[in-house]
Design a protein. Sequence first.
Length: 472
Amino acid sequence: MDSSLDVSLDRSSSEPLSAQIAGNLRVAIRDGRLAPGARLPSWRDLAARLGVGRGTVRSAYERLIDERLIVTAGAAGTRVVAQPARAESAAAPAPTLTAPLSGLLHDFSAPPLPFEMGVPAQDAFPAKLWSRLRARALRTGAMSPVTYPDPRGSATLRSQLASYLAIARGIHCAPDQIVLTAGYRGGLGLTLAALQLAGRTAWMEEPGYMVTRTGLQLAGLRPVPIPVDAHGLDVEHGLALAPEAALAVVTPGQHAPTGVPMSPARRQALLRWAVRAQAWIVEDDYLSELQLQGRAAPALAAADRHGRVIHIGTFSKTMSPSLGLGFVVAPLALAERFAEVAGCLAPAPNLVTQLAFAEFMAEGHYLRHLRHMKTLYAQRRDALRARLGPQADIDAMAGLAVRLRLPPGSDDRAIAAEAVRRGVAPSSVSRWYADPQQHRQERGLLLGVTNLTEARLAPACDTLMALLAEMR
Ligand SMILES: Cc1ncc(COP(=O)(O)O)c(C=O)c1O
């Protein structure tokens, strides 16, 4: 090794000496000072020269061997490989690809903006408690046998969920009918893989959740928009528009995005249709008990006597989408199929999160958190209504958002896009329609209330009202 390969070490640095030695040699190889095939000194020689332990040089060499920059060849010593891998800096620039769900979520790397829908109150998330439970679960997980976990998810958590669902949602199921998933979307993916309905038609609420619509299409189904009125999805319309449907996806608890609960008569009509047509119903219970007025109605699955409803729950709204946790309750006759699909295509997510959440439920924190969120969101909704004043055309509470009507034909998407540039993020009502042209009278903005802290409320409303005044 010639003198141009001086290895300089900084003994005051927090970077370990072996990493510094490896770094020096890596640079020398990449810039050609150490040519392909060049021989490196033995550990012993280099250690003596640098005044470090042999183990230190050895671990630096092992690292470069792992990076395929050098090779050892017995008596031939250690040499630079004939063709060192290209430096990262010389690699082709990463292509810029469009992120998924663009237009729905404004930026994955930024904190939520005021009015943003679908995110919980940042300031009310029990972060300390959650990190303590996660740390404990991480230790438990690390100590447990290294083996494949049950793809349906933790048996403890599934038992807890079965008890919870009986009380809170009126669903009576065995823990083995439950599969834990990566939220609602994970549950939808699992369900569509299990039902194998590619090529068939599905009733989809109009307006309805665009992620479900696209999800159905990605799984090869043909979603047909079925109007939703003040009682929920109009089953008669469904029969007229797509009698051949094999599936309906509904949000009966609180319709997304209008917030109306599906009436008892409509629930019965939908269940009767499913039995007659031998069709399936997917119940998207995204808000679960998180209803700001009164007590949430039982789930649709609670009234299902013939095993036609696949109930999907999520903790994205009640807790946080960052948990990435939800579940599917499969009808008894399908439970083994769902378990098989979980085992082969969609195993339950992150065991640490499951264990932490099981503790969170067992210690009573979940129900306490839900109660707290209901009160907080109701206060934030009232504060928003008061701030917008009587002149604002507010026509409904849509789940955890206030709906502000705009004159028919307004370009609510352009307004929503401009709002994001100004630092607030309402959603346009027209985005929720498969065919917004047919519903030109339905223009407006959905203003999520969850993140409207006292400090944010006034400036957010002022920004929005100024923008609306300009657009008029
Ligand atoms: C109608 C509806 N379903 C489900 C979800 C939640 O999906 P996930 O659990 O995949 O976060 C949302 C979130 O905004 C929603 O609006």
